[in-house]
Design a protein around this ligand. Sequence first.
Ligand code: NAG
Ligand code: NAG
Ligand code: NAG
Ligand code: NAG
Ligand code: NAG
Ligand code: NAG
Ligand code: NAG
Length: 712
Amino acid sequence: MRATAWLSIFCFAAAVGVLQVRAQPDNNGFVSIDCGLPETASYVDTETNLPYVPDAAFTDTGSNHNISAEYMLPRLYKRFYNVRSFPDGARNCYTIRSLVAGLKYLIRASFYHGNYDRLDRLPIFDLYIGVNFVGMVNVSNPDGVETLEAIVLVPDEFVQVCLVNTGSGTPFISNLELRPLKRKLYPQVNATQGLVLYARRNFGETTDTIRYPDDPHDRIWRAWTRPTIWDPLSVTTTVTTSDIFEEPSRVMRTAITSRNTSENIEFSWDPEPDPQNPMPRYTANMYFAELQLLSGNAVRQFDINLNGDRRYSGLDLKHNYLHYSVIYNDKNPYPVSTHYKVSISATANSTLPPIINALEIFSIIPTTNAGTDSADVSAITTVKTAYRIQKNWVGDPCGPKALAWDGLICSYAISTSPRIASVNLSFSGLSGDISSSFANLKAVKTLDLSHNNFTGSIPNALSQLPSLTSLDLSNNQLSGSIPPGLLERVQDGSLNLRYENNPNLCSNGDSCQTGKGKSKLAVYISIPVVLLSVIGLLAALVFCLLRRKKQGLGNTIVKPQNETPMSHVPLGGRNIRAQTSLQLENRRFTFNELKDITNNFQRMVGEGGFGKVYDGFLEDGTQVAVKLRSQSSNQGVKEFLAEAQILARIHHNNLVSMVGYCKDGQYMALVYEYMQEGTLQEQIAGNGRTGRCLTWRQRLRIALESAQGLYS
Ligand SMILES: *[C@@H]1O[C@H](CO)[C@@H](O)[C@H](O)[C@H]1NC(C)=O
Ligand SMILES: *[C@@H]1O[C@H](CO)[C@@H](O)[C@H](O)[C@H]1NC(C)=O
Ligand SMILES: *[C@@H]1O[C@H](CO)[C@@H](O)[C@H](O)[C@H]1NC(C)=O
Ligand SMILES: *[C@@H]1O[C@H](CO)[C@@H](O)[C@H](O)[C@H]1NC(C)=O
Ligand SMILES: *[C@@H]1O[C@H](CO)[C@@H](O)[C@H](O)[C@H]1NC(C)=O
Ligand SMILES: *[C@@H]1O[C@H](CO)[C@@H](O)[C@H](O)[C@H]1NC(C)=O
Ligand SMILES: *[C@@H]1O[C@H](CO)[C@@H](O)[C@H](O)[C@H]1NC(C)=O
């Protein structure tokens, strides 16, 4: 009954006028979508005089088809002439916007197959509203209209209606209608439960289906009368109607009665279980109004029984002349049964047979699944749009779990909306800037954007992601420098950042400059240091330790760097709170000290846009390179500090040590260990061209750090 209503509808005239394509609700708040209609072909429906719009503004998947000529019945409404079908993807959705969050909506989807694909195959698929299953669409006839109507509370300003392919044929849809309902209507509907229409009947009416404008909510009341069994009754005056259902007066003006008081009015139905809802529960609204002016001792009084159990006793319509009475149940749906039979029987005192004017039967669906956090949805949707991501990114990002978007990992918790916890868009062929919308995914812990063609700079906003612990930007075409906010996170150990193989990314000193060749020093410092085997290092370490033992020195315990307490060194710069772990080796030099070290900047060993690099020696004889930022440098203070921090933290792992830095008035400089040509092993073993053996501390540190670097 819910499903198939045979087309017995008259369609009077051809389409009138062409309306503008609108993806907005109309003046009533109605949205009426003719699915599969060409994009410019809005029209006014001849049954309701409501404007129907094409669906292109509501979905970006699927394809349009006309039904087969043999199903273009002369009485068929235009809204059934075409369908949109969805051969690809497990889930395809319509997104309807500009709704009122928290309002109840009647959402009605209709399906008229009409052998549109010329395959003579009828599909079965599922319909979801948002992340909640509404029902199974079982198209059992090419010329029957299946309709699935639900009344649900829409929690957001938009709603998605999704067709889910369950492996039994290609989902399709003919039209989709949304009608807002006032909050107080249908008290059975709340945030956690909705109603799915099984039947809506207007008793005593012989032919006409009543809907808009007689029903301002455009419910479809089908005429139902059995003149051979029951007597129709009708009036022409207005009947007062209830304000929690707002049933149309026109529906209440007709009714049926049984022939005499010993006859009951009876109706029955069989449940329609779905695999997802094997034991549906039902509830009914029964509408009554006295249509005869009862005189004297006349009494119309009746009981209502469900499957033989009394649900309602002694309803007396004496005072209901032209005035509604509704029997409904907003707390306890009917007990689960394999067959439902309602009988309305006159009481012993009744002088008149029972009456009924209208009936609605619904199954109850849970709407307890919450959609993904709306801020997350809006951020990831912006990302999807910006990069035209295809994948299966349709419908709600996280729900239902089985249909969550590829590349996302969500966190699910009872009673709260799922959050996007991880986004993996690696190897997705994405190009352009990194969208700042990624920074609106506030619950994201892991963001993998590696192996794409991202260009431009890294948005500093990413550092505002409170839970971000892993950010992979490697293998892109990013440029600029690592934003200070991210560096800070790297430094305090809260973020694991990968950015290798971004040839234009200024993470390493002189490569920041555009065009100019790299200084000689930069080659030593910047190029990721040659493969180093830990075995080699350990061998060197053992070698040195042995030597040391021979020299009779005791053990030296050196803590790994990051166990040392961090110091907050205000390094200046606008928003930079340079939290550094520069320590011991990472000394802060004054400009005068640098002068001494470099012998008044005597020997320049390299030059770039950033500034010049000078050779020098520390007090203990360690050879260093001093990179002095020139006043005219186009490397800003920020970038300079970025480099300092990066080197202090990351380049350690590449065994190029930063010895210290200088921030003295307008002077800024970085001081590195001066790596001579030749391998590090040579240096460690003291065989480098300098002929100098690194200090014990240095050797141990290098060995420990390279071990860490290679294993972390
Ligand atoms: C459907 O039929 C209409 C009118 O006959 C035609 O304009 C339109 O191109 C057809 N659409 C498809 C997808 O065949
Ligand atoms: C679909 O409908 C047909 C005909 O009404 C019925 O025989 C079939 O069992 C239904 N399929 C499912 C999965 O309910
Ligand atoms: C009531 O109506 C039914 C059927 O219309 C009839 O069979 C029956 O005899 C009637 N009973 C009385 C008491 O009139
Ligand atoms: C919705 O109504 C059902 C049935 O009365 C009730 O169990 C449930 O708690 C209600 N949910 C909310 C959110 O009020
Ligand atoms: C039926 O009428 C009797 C006598 O008037 C009254 O006592 C009784 O309560 C009535 N029953 C109902 C269900 O109204
Ligand atoms: C992202 O997905 C790729 C495979 O597509 C995988 O290799 C990589 O490890 C994933 N990244 C994360 C952070 O899980
Ligand atoms: C980047 O783009 C180039 C050409 O546009 C393409 O050949 C290459 O595969 C892309 N790289 C990635 C990682 O998508």
